[in-house]
Write a protein that binds this ligand. Sequence first.
Ligand SMILES: Cc1cc2nc3c(=O)[nH]c(=O)nc-3n(C[C@H](O)[C@H](O)[C@H](O)COP(=O)(O)OP(=O)(O)OC[C@H]3O[C@@H](n4cnc5c(N)ncnc54)[C@H](O)[C@@H]3O)c2cc1C
Length: 386
Amino acid sequence: MKHLPSSTRVVIVGGGVIGLAISSHLARLGETDVLVLEKEHLLGSGSSAASAGGLRQQFAEEANVLFAMEGVRQIRRQKEETGFDPEFKEHGYLLLAGTDLRVAELARNVARQQRLGLPAEMLTPGEIADRYPVLRTDDLTGAAFCGTDGYCDPHAVVMAFADTTRKFGGRIETGVEVTGFSRNGDAVTGIRTSRGTVTAEFTVIAAGPRAGGMADLVDLALPLSPCRRQIFSTHPFGFPGDLPLVIDFDHPLYFRPETGGVILSAAETEETRNFDLTLEKSGLPDLVEKAVHRCPSLESATISGGWAGIRTLTPDGLAILGDAPGRPGLLLAVGMSGHGITHAPAVGLALAERIISGASRTLPLAPFHAGRFTGAAGAPGGVIQG
Ligand SMILES: Cc1cc2nc3c(=O)[nH]c(=O)nc-3n(C[C@H](O)[C@H](O)[C@H](O)COP(=O)(O)OP(=O)(O)OC[C@H]3O[C@@H](n4cnc5c(N)ncnc54)[C@H](O)[C@@H]3O)c2cc1C
């Protein structure tokens, strides 16, 4: 068992896609005095392993669109730059509307996205039927579509970040649990672990669903809700592989092609406090009924398995990124709100720039500041700080 260094410039708690994206960008930009600590023996085995691999840029919030667009830009270059093929299927995301209210909301979002340079568009039910005859459209009012969205292999994204970190001189240790933080007054000066203490100029919490508990240890109460979500897979049954990821908001579900079959989810948001990942099958008949309603050819599919994972949500759907209010030396990369694979490349770049040059130059970090919840200077919001 290797010893941990007694000090490092940057220590990152969590070896999921977010922690590794930050270490990878730091190392690539020349900051190699970085240490990632992961409590499990495998990297990316938390929420990152449960993802559907969806890369969606169609968000309501401008900051989320910008981060997702940067994410897609980097993932397109990933194979060439790292050798790890993310198998990005740029087949789009189709967001279905079943009410006039929903279609109006999607149209407002599309107008905003187009202003940001995203090639999103609105489709009528007739246009949806022409493009995707496998879908039932007679009860739809329209859809939003973006052809540069798609889905990828999230494992390859995690591995590319880990490999880049090591190749450029950063250090990653698995099987090391961070148990607390060192403090000097309000300032956070490093971490305590199952294998000793490490002092650091910057400590980054990137602990996925466990981030709320980590922040509690420095008396920072963040509004993070760990929520369970399940995905089921089918056996191959000749389903077309070039379809978009389809989200049906009004009969909540989503599905996308996967090796001749589909993966599908009821898109549930069920808060959990015990982090239980047991696969719960009682909702499966209802999910299958809704899926067959939307895509009748799914009638011939059979379920092959499934898994549960945890998404860490915030009240406004934006992650919490950047400096922790009132805790100098501590940075947060938490509350990814269900799109951490898509946003990881941008989060990694923005946090690395913040650490190296004092501010993120490429992307705006301000909309993600924790102060919007804690009432810290410069950000709106109520007081939640503990
Ligand atoms: C069912 C499901 C579907 C999803 N689909 C998509 C999708 O289609 N597209 C998309 O973009 N996103 C999706 N997501 C969300 C995405 O998976 C997450 O946002 C992302 O993986 C979060 O990454 P993370 O690094 O923050 O968390 P994690 O991957 O959980 O990594 C955090 C790591 O920190 C470690 N850790 C925690 N505490 C400690 C400690 N004390 N000491 C040391 N290590 C610690 C954990 O072991 C873990 O490995 C989905 C999530 C789920 C559950």
